[in-house]
Design a protein around this ligand. Structure first.
Ligand code: SF4
Ligand code: SF4
Ligand code: FES
Length: 240
C-alpha cells in the first residue's frame, strides 16, 4: 500500500494514497462536518460544509472530493471556516421550511444536529418559506420537499445501490428539486421497488415512512456498509 504523509492541524498524518482529505482526517479522528457525503455513496461535493484550508491555496477546499497529497498542510478549524460553515447552515435553514417542532425527524435530524454542533443559534437571513407540494402518493413513503437540503443522497442510493434510478434532480439554483420518475407522482412510477433505501439515507424529514408522526422517524444508515460489504466480500453480518 502506498502511503502519503500530510499535516492536519499541526499533526503529521499518514493516509492511503488516493484517500481524500476527509478520509485521512476521519482515520485520524479529526472531525470535519459533512452533510451531502455518506460513506458508501459516490462523493458529490455539493453542500460545501466540509471546506478546509490548504496551505498555498487561495480558496477553501471541499475535503470530501480533494485527494490528500504528500506534504499537504491542512487546517480544519479556523475562524474563517467556522464563519462559512455557520453561514451554509443558516442558508439551508432559510431556503426551505425547517420548522423542527412539527417535523417527523425532530431530535434525529442531521441538519438540526449539525446546526447545534456548529453553534447556529439564530439565522441572519430572511426566510423564503416556499410553498412546495408534499408527495404522499407512494404506498409506503412520503416526500416533503419543504425539508429537502438537496444533498442528493436519495438520488445516489437509488441509482448506485438499488439500481432503480427512480429519483433525480430537476431545475437549477433555487428552483432545483428532487423528482420521482419523469417528474410524476412517486406512487405512479414503475421503477420504484419500495426498498426504502432513500428513506434511510435522507438526513432530514424530506423523505420519511408513511404513518410516522412528529419526532417519530428513525433512520438506519448502517445498512449501506452491510449491503456493500455483502456484495463485495459475501459477508452478511448486520446486527451481529
Ligand atoms: S424506495 Fe428504493 S427504489 Fe424507490 S425511490 Fe427509494 S431508493 Fe429508489
Ligand atoms: S430528499 Fe433528503 S436525501 Fe434527497 S436530496 Fe433532499 S434532503 Fe437529501
Ligand atoms: S460533504 Fe463535502 S461538499 Fe458536502
Amino acid at each position: 500500500m502506498t502511503v502519503v504523509t500530510l499535516t492536519i492541524n499541526d499533526r503529521l498524518i499518514s493516509a492511503k494514497k488516493g484517500s481524500t482529505i476527509l478520509e485521512a482526517a476521519e482515520d485520524a479522528d479529526i472531525f470535519i462536518p459533512t452533510l451531502c457525503r455518506l460513506k458508501g455513496l459516490s462523493p458529490r461535493g455539493g453542500c460545501r460544509l466540509c471546506l478546509v484550508e490548504v496551505e498555498g491555496s487561495p480558496r477553501l477546499t471541499a475535503s470530501c472530493i480533494t485527494q490528500a497529497q504528500e506534504g499537504m498542510v491542512v487546517r480544519t478549524e479556523t475562524e474563517t471556516l467556522g464563519r462559512y460553515r455557520r453561514m451554509i447552515i443558516e442558508l439551508l435553514l432559510t431556503e426551505r421550511n425547517h420548522v423542527c417542532a412539527v417535523c417527523v425527524m425532530n431530535g434525529r435530524c442531521e441538519l438540526q444536529r449539525m446546526a447545534a454542533r456548529l453553534g447556529v443559534d439564530h439565522v441572519r437571513y430572511e426566510y423564503r418559506y416556499p410553498d412546495l407540494a408534499v408527495d404522499a402518493s407512494h404506498e409506503r413513503h412520503v416526500r416533503d420537499p419543504n425539508r429537502c437540503i438537496l444533498c442528493a443522497r436519495c438520488v445516489r442510493v437509488c441509482d448506485e445501490v438499488e439500481g432503480a434510478h427512480t429519483l433525480d434532480m430537476m431545475g437549477r439554483g433555487i428552483h432545483t428539486n428532487v423528482i420521482t420518475g419523469m417528474n410524476i407522482p412517486w406512487g405512479k412510477t414503475r421503477s420504484c421497488t419500495s426498498c426504502g433505501k432513500c428513506v434511510q439515507v435522507c438526513p432530514t424529514g424530506a423523505i420519511f415512512s408513511k404513518g410516522t408522526g412528529v419526532a417519530e422517524m428513525e433512520k438506519r444508515q448502517d445498512f449501506l456498509a452491510w449491503i456493500l460489504s455483502g456484495r463485495d466480500d459475501n459477508i452478511w453480518n448486520w446486527g451481529e
